[in-house]
Design a protein around this ligand. Structure first.
Ligand SMILES: Cc1cc2nc3c(=O)[nH]c(=O)nc-3n(C[C@H](O)[C@H](O)[C@H](O)COP(=O)(O)O)c2cc1C
Length: 206
């Protein structure tokens, strides 16, 4: 049975363009994968902490030497890694904040890029045989031909880090110009509809 992991990151609930893109993507994915399972990890509710000294100490201590406190420290990270390893397709929906991914998504990445678990000690990614789709909402437009294309750090970074852990089959759907929705110049429905073909192709890819 096909499994999809959805990572949501926007704090804007129903006003979020990336979440509306996800909704459409998930509908298409379910239609293309009858009986498939969708797991949603909403980073707004995940209680992610930034990497700190106590977390690092737990991370760099071999599991057989973990104190109960260390094991507890890594519990959420272990869970997030297990979620990622269990699926065939990962979809990350994200805004662009200050030309990059929001801090909460970077925090998720810091919890799932784990030496010996998702990244081999030889530097090879261990999350193999999966595909990913990245749905990005941004006020600006960074796609091919844009005069500010070189500022598209968010997708460059996500392509890099997904590749590092072994996911190289990645499709990006760029929801550029999303400020038109916030400014009331375009409805959310029309904005998502414009991306409908790309979202459907990404969701039905096998
Ligand atoms: C704090 C903040 C920083 C932002 N920085 C950028 C930016 O650097 N580039 C850009 O194109 N859009 C930027 N935006 C616009 C958002 O990417 C845009 O509103 C997007 O629709 C947000 O995603 P969401 O609708 O899923 O919440 C920023 C928005 C906020 C709130």
């Amino acid at each position: 049975m096909a499994k999809l992991l959805v990572i949501e990151t926007s704090p804007r609930g129903k006003h979020s363009v990336s979440r509306n893109m996800t909704r459409r993507f998930v509908q298409d994915w379910v239609a293309a994968h009858p009986g498939g399972e969708v797991i949603v990890r909403d980073l707004m509710d995940a209680g992610l902490r930034f990497v700190d000294a106590a977390w690092l100490q737990a991370y760099f201590t071999p599991p057989e030497k973990h104190t109960p406190e260390m094991a507890d420290m890594l519990k959420l990270s272990d869970l997030l890694v297990a979620e990622l390893l269990a699926v065939d397709h990962l979809v990350i929906a994200t805004p662009v904040y200050n030309y990059n991914v929001p801090a909460v998504l970077k925090a998720w990445i810091d919890h799932v890029v784990r030496k010996g678990v998702t990244l081999g000690f030889d530097g090879r990614g261990l999350v193999t045989g999966k595909k990913a789709s990245v749905l990005i909402a941004s006020g600006g437009i960074y796609t091919e031909g844009s005069p500010i294309q070189e500022r598209d750090i968010a997708s460059q970074y996500l392509r890099l880090i997904l590749g590092v852990i072994g996911i190289s089959d990645v499709t990006f759907v760029a929801g550029g110009g999303a400020k038109a929705v916030d400014l009331g110049e375009q409805t959310m429905e029309a904005f998502v509809e414009k991306l409908g073909g790309e979202l459907e192709r990404a969701a039905s890819a096998r």
